[in-house]
Write a protein of this length. Sequence first.
Length: 430
Amino acid sequence: MAISAPVRPGGAGHPSGNDGGTRILGLACRECGAKYPTSPVHVCDRCFGPLEVQYDYDLIAERVSRESIARGPDNIWRYRDLLPLDGEGDVDWRVGWTPLVRATRLGKALGLSNLWIKNDAVNPTYSFKDRVVAVAAAKAREFGFDTFACASTGNLASAVAAAGVRLGLRTYVFLPADTEPEKFVNAQVYGANVIAVNGTYDDVNRLCSELADQKGWAFCNINVRPYYSEGSKTLAFEVAEQLGWEVPDHVVVPIASGAQLVKITKGFGELAQIGLTSGKLPRVSGAQASGCNPVANAYSRGWDAIKPVRRPDTIAKSLAIGNPADGYYVLKIVRETGGAIDEATDAEITHGVRLLAETEGIFAETAAGVTIAVLKKLAASGIVKRDERVVAYVTGNGLKTPQAVIPLLGQAPVIAPNLDAFDAYLTGQA
Ligand SMILES: Cc1ncc(COP(=O)(O)O)c(C=O)c1O
Ligand SMILES: [Zn+2]
């Protein structure tokens, strides 16, 4: 175990009752099953497999009902019993409970009759990363850390920076130097220590792994990764609850490290296990950019192992992880559930961003352009079926990556401030 830190006792009560964490059984290795106590570790000592939080689902099933969840706050903490905290999260911070939008116009454009968009572009720092960070930050506090850090492709940085402010944690965020300027601003504004690293995300991640060993800080996606990644389960919980506790037929999820796709799948599984849904599980499909496609490539070639992409080159920078930690598990889930993985070129990504904006009034970042472009392909090939209830996850805001669409839009006309000038403009348009 790299770091040992004091564990703080549980916090105040919750609508469904606070057990001080007895429902959390500890960590277990996803590969060999070795058990570990709840602590800031993420890799199995024996086999180097990833560690995952284990829960007592019988206890949770006894305690949690659709009604108890409905009495909870309008944010991810309504699902607190399925999250790995002993105490409470930051319940005043409105992370999650984002809109599930019926996408009739986009559906029509894609030939889908029952399409929904989970719009996670409207979280506090404008991406789904606020979910995972809310859990990781609270857990870092429970472990007694005073410094909270991350390796980021862009969105995680701002989520960590903002959560640090709220929980009184010092923050260090590390990003590839070529990350979009908007994402630097979005992190720096909160007063975080923002460090640009000359290298790819995988280089940044390697550096952060060394720092995590040396500095005794909580690194979101390294030593507290098992807790952090659990936050993405709420993307499944909310969708099911918003559909009246029904499970979609098919979900389409963007892939960087793959953690989000794995945890969305786990979330639907947990709902079935504790009897909140019928037991049905969705088909799960994944989306990558052609300029960083390690998982899509392995999928299309029928490989079980991932061949890393050394030099990602895509406008979907937030998805540019060349060596995805959860790639192997993503392949397994997608194959087992009968989904597929496809990829989108830069041109297709910008078209996807534009299509979503023009049909549904949702301006999303390039990662969502990847999702929409891949959804379009999967619909055209019949993998996503016309009448299936499909949920596409839109995970980041368009104001984070405006440069991607600016070339498509052209200049707005400039006119003099009078009616004649406007009429002349209209005539010119006709
Ligand atoms: C907007 C957005 N969507 C999706 C992802 C993919 O997340 P994961 O690394 O869990 O696959 C990221 C990762 O940074 C992201 O920023
Ligand atoms: Zn192991």
